[in-house]
Write a protein that binds this ligand. Sequence first.
Ligand SMILES: Cc1cc2nc3c(=O)[nH]c(=O)nc-3n(C[C@H](O)[C@H](O)[C@H](O)COP(=O)(O)O)c2cc1C
Length: 321
Amino acid sequence: MEETRNMDGAAAMNVYEPHEWKHKTVVAGVEWKNPVGTASGTFQLAACRWFYDVSQMGAICTKGVSPVPWEGNPGPRTAEAPAGMVNAVGLQNPGVDHYLVDELPKLKELGATVITNVAGHSDEDYAQVVAKLADSDADMLEINVSCPNVTHGGMSVGTDPIALSRLIGHLRKLTSKPMIVKLTPNVTDITTVARAAVEAGADALSLINTLVGMRIDIRTGEPIIANRTGGVSGPAVFPVALACVWRVRQALPKIPIIGIGGIDSGEKALEFLYAGANAVEVGAAALYDPTAPLRVARELDDLLDARPALAAKLAVGDTWR
Ligand SMILES: Cc1cc2nc3c(=O)[nH]c(=O)nc-3n(C[C@H](O)[C@H](O)[C@H](O)COP(=O)(O)O)c2cc1C
């Protein structure tokens, strides 16, 4: 693989070089050209397309899409945290009608495999978005029942197995597209909600969304983020996310899993694959290094060369454990 030097003189990968992918994966019947996608809310086509060829990613997962435009939360919306960040963006987005005529066709035109992340404040909100996406070009849907930054819907659904089962059962009737349910780690036992989602019709699970956290400004004694609390992401959550994937894989040996949380290198992505994930998504790392998702994918592609047994399993939709 071609290597260049970054500003510190360290070896840096040239992500602009064309690359022939050696190791694909399959998630709920959908082929990804490599096992690395972007994580929802940390990818925006208008910005990211200037940094790398987005069609090179295993999949592009979009920002949460709601039935009508949402303004999100007031600022400040983010704060730094040790080995990561806290955010309370609040699912700001222009709504599903705009998404269907703007970001989705543009992504498909570029040749991306698209996961549309679906957001709602109520079962009816989610249903409206899923119904509108049912005949779209989206390759997969990811139902976000795990956002800690909205007062209704989001995490309040994803922490209650009965409410989750009702919602996913309802959405299942509205679409034949592969439906990924994105889980929150803010529960006592993540396997309980994982099982509820799968039994109600989820084709795959993605985990984790952010952990509830906050920062306080010691000059004022007040929370830094206007929403007071937010979601923690970045390297700090990596071991937590890995354990969640491990536990869900032990409980549900067959369900496809996308591992998310603190991934900023091919090595960390590989740990998720060894924990039993079929694929991974890169989130916060892309906010300080926009090319991180593609760099992680390239690093992983080389690491899999030396692991033919794992690569062979992924290529047919199977997992290491
Ligand atoms: C700024 C920001 C916005 C996010 N927005 C969404 C979102 O719209 N929908 C969603 O399901 N997850 C959202 N997430 C969660 C990420 O997709 C991911 O699950 C989480 O950040 C953990 O991965 P990471 O440590 O790699 O960031 C967001 C995360 C960040 C940092």
